[in-house]
Design a protein around this ligand. Structure first.
Ligand code: FAD
Ligand code: EPU
Length: 342
């Protein structure tokens, strides 16, 4: 009997796995992984499925990370928070704020598990996980050896880390260590936050403003399936950016400290008049063109076809070729997302 993955992916796509195991300890997780290997079936680890697109039924075992627990230690200058990888990220943000430990408020309402947060170095409203992450605890799946990865070794980048490269498939993340400084400094550089007064603002006010911005722009996956931004924002060369600025002087653009200029993929898609564009049951969200939604019983093929059209249209108009942020999962495991929509 196959197990439906519909409740386990935020696109709410109908797909299945051969087996599904919820693991609440690192040992149980590793045991399930070894067992799948012994049976020679594919195996993957899942958090809350809010950054994946299942392309078809999965021919093996899905291990859902349910490792819980939050422990706080305190020094003169900071709170150190050790979080089990299966804890819900937003609940963690609320827990820290309710207990007088600010620092995560800009990252409110990001779906998913705490243990998934380092994988793409989650970011929103001017803050990225790398600014608060002290370490990531892993288990080597083959051997059961534990490993503590420090911040520098994580090689955090924009929507990137070592967990998408060398460490993928080899390690499972079992816990995350965060460091929240006691001398809290609000980050008010993005969106509506700019209007707040740094001298008087409270962490709760930043939290509420972030929640309000997100709730007005981003679709709730429980209502309209989605995986957040479908594509990454592209970083292009300065010469190409300068040329585009001549044609589109109002184009949002963000010069990067290490060279290049980041553009807003949502703006590029919007310029191609694609808001609301629909392929089968999948559509470009009307409030935020970077989000593809399951509008009406979409199939995976609908989402893939829509993503291909969006990429093609933006490529033709701007000569910028968008790359998915969402991870594409085939019947054996992850596949190359760019190849699938090229
Ligand atoms: P999953 O989707 O379950 O897994 C993601 C990948 O990590 C998969 O490849 C999986 O195999 C792997 N993985 C999961 N757990 C482990 C583990 N323990 N060990 C090893 N590998 C593992 N992201 C942002 O950065 N900023 C945003 O503002 C943001 N907004 C969003 C808004 C919405 C409405 C949605 C639906 C998504 C948004 N996202 C955002 C994307 C998503 O929330 C993040 O990528 C999140 O960290 C994914 O967590 P997850 O537990 O759902 O991961
Ligand atoms: N824009 C448009 N039309 C659109 C969408 C956006 O013109 O349809 C413009 C906006 O007006 C703004 C710019 O594009 O000038 C950027 O838009 P927004 O502030 O909504 O942010 P984004 O670049 O679309 C990124 C992250 C989000 C994160 C927000 C807030 C990526 C891929 N996405 O979105 O992360 O929440 O910034 O910081 O970097 C995610 O990764 O899943 C995600 C939701």
């Amino acid at each position: 009997m196959r197990i439906s993955l519909k409740p386990f992916n935020s696109f709410n796509l109908e797909c299945s796995a051969k087996a599904l195991i919820e693991a609440s300890t690192p040992e149980a997780l590793q045991h399930a992984w070894l067992e799948a290997n012994r049976q020679n079936t594919p195996v993957m680890i899942l958090g809350e499925g809010s950054n994946v697109l299942f392309l078809e039924d999965f021919d093996g075992t899905v291990i859902v990370n349910r490792i819980g627990g939050i422990a706080v230690t305190e020094s003169d200058t900071a709170w150190h928070i050790h979080v089990g990888a299966g804890e819900n990220w937003h609940k963690l943000v609320e827990y820290t704020l309710n207990n007088g430990m600010p620092g995560l408020e800009n990252l409110a309402l990001i779906p998913g598990c705490a243990g998934s947060s380092p994988i793409q170095n989650i970011g929103a409203y001017g803050v990225e996980l790398k600014q608060v992450c002290e370490y990531v605890d892993c288990i080597e799946l083959e051997t059961g050896k534990t490993l503590r990865v420090d911040n520098a070794t994580c090689r955090f980048g924009y929507r990137d880390s070592i967990f998408k490269h060398e460490y993928q498939n080899r390690y499972a993340i079992t816990a995350v260590g965060l460091c929240l400084k006691k001398n809290w400094v609000p980050v008010l550089t993005y969106g509506d936050l700019i209007q707040l007064d740094a001298a008087t603002v409270t962490p709760q006010e930043v939290f509420q403003s972030v929640c309000h911005m997100r709730q007005t722009k981003l679709p709730d996956p429980r209502v309209q399936g989605n995986a957040g931004s479908f594509f990454k924002n592209p970083v292009i060369g300065e010469a190409q950016a300068a040329q585009l600025m001549q044609t589109y002087p109002r184009m949002p653009h963000y010069p990067q400290t290490n060279g290049g200029v980041k553009l807003a993929a949502g703006w590029l898609i919007d310029q191609c008049q694609l808001k609301g564009y629909q392929t089968g049951g999948a559509a470009v969200h009307r409030q935020q063109a970077l989000v593809l939604i399951n509008a009406d019983n979409a199939t995976s093929a609908d989402v893939v076809n829509l993503a291909r059209t969006v990429r093609q249209r933006v490529g033709e108009q701007f000569n910028i070729w968008l790359e998915p942020e969402v991870r594409f999962i085939g019947h054996n495991g992850e596949v190359n997302a760019v190849e699938r929509i090229s």
